[in-house]
Design a binder for this molecule. Structure first.
Ligand SMILES: [Ca+2]
Ligand SMILES: [Ca+2]
Length: 253
């Protein structure tokens, strides 16, 4: 029973394992003080910043759940008093920013900057995982508790040749060509295919008579059997599996 439980637990962990997608790392010297966090303006409620990630860069995550997003600072720096922001994601057919995207945004979490030094990463762990459906992805942060005193936050990234982001300054929304260095953490979605088919005792990605020989050798030798050797699925590897494997080969299943 313990064996079965351990296997089950391992499978659960495998299917829930998190992957990451890191983009726009650049040279580490290119930075923005307004994308994705507009530090100097964080003393105003409602200040909004958006980044538009092209779908072509996000194909690894289609159908998966995004659970966190990380940005990187070029140097120490944060608002000089606490700021709270809401973080939202959405998908759009828009390919470049000319105005804020207002439709289809969903709040996924919040972020609080507290006064501190030495920040190199800013990670938002989502309260609500976001299922990515394959569109152009919009990241948004909005100030919901303004700072009493502000300071620029310098974030690393790359310059691109179209308006991929937008921020607020001096009374208007300003499109930008800065794409912040970003790591997405994602997982879930499709359960991965098992590595080997049941009966593929020798792990050569074929189930054939060589596996019968391998299974007999294994039983005679008393060595540890791979999970694929339990052909009849009774959680034991025994002579009954030789019979089951031969039956499987003869029946062509
Ligand atoms: Ca085989
Ligand atoms: Ca068995």
């Amino acid at each position: 029973m313990k064996k079965v439980f351990t296997l089950f637990a391992a499978l659960m962990m495998l299917s829930a394992s998190a992957e990451t997608l890191s983009l726009y790392g650049g040279d580490g010297q290119t930075w923005s003080s307004v994308i994705p966090f507009n530090g100097l303006w964080m003393d105003e409620m409602g200040i909004k910043t958006q980044v538009l990630y092209p779908a072509a860069d996000l194909q690894d995550m289609v159908g998966k759940e995004i659970t966190a997003i990380t940005f990187y600072t070029q140097s120490d720096g944060c608002p000089e008093s606490d700021v709270k922001l809401t973080i939202s994601l959405g998908e759009t057919t828009v390919n470049a920013m000319s105005a804020y995207i207002t439709e289809g945004m969903t709040q996924v979490g919040t972020l609080t900057f507290t006064q501190s030094e030495g920040i190199t990463e800013i990670t938002v762990n989502f309260d609500t995982p976001y299922t990515y459906n394959g569109g152009n992805l919009v990241f948004e942060d909005v100030v919901t508790e303004a700072a009493s005193k502000t300071q620029s936050i310098y974030m690393t990234g790359i310059e691109v040749n179209y308006n991929c982001s937008i921020s607020w300054s001096y009374g208007s929304a300003t499109p930008r060509t800065f794409m912040p260095q970003t790591t997405f953490t994602y997982g879930g979605g499709d359960t991965p295919e098992p590595e080997y088919e049941i009966g593929d005792v020798n792990h050569d990605h074929n189930v054939n008579i060589a596996d019968v020989t391998a299974l007999i050798d294994l039983l005679l030798g008393g060595s540890e059997a791979p999970a694929e050797a339990d052909v009849n699925g009774d959680t034991n590897v025994s002579i009954a599996d030789v019979t089951a494997l031969i039956d499987k080969l003869l029946s062509g299943n």
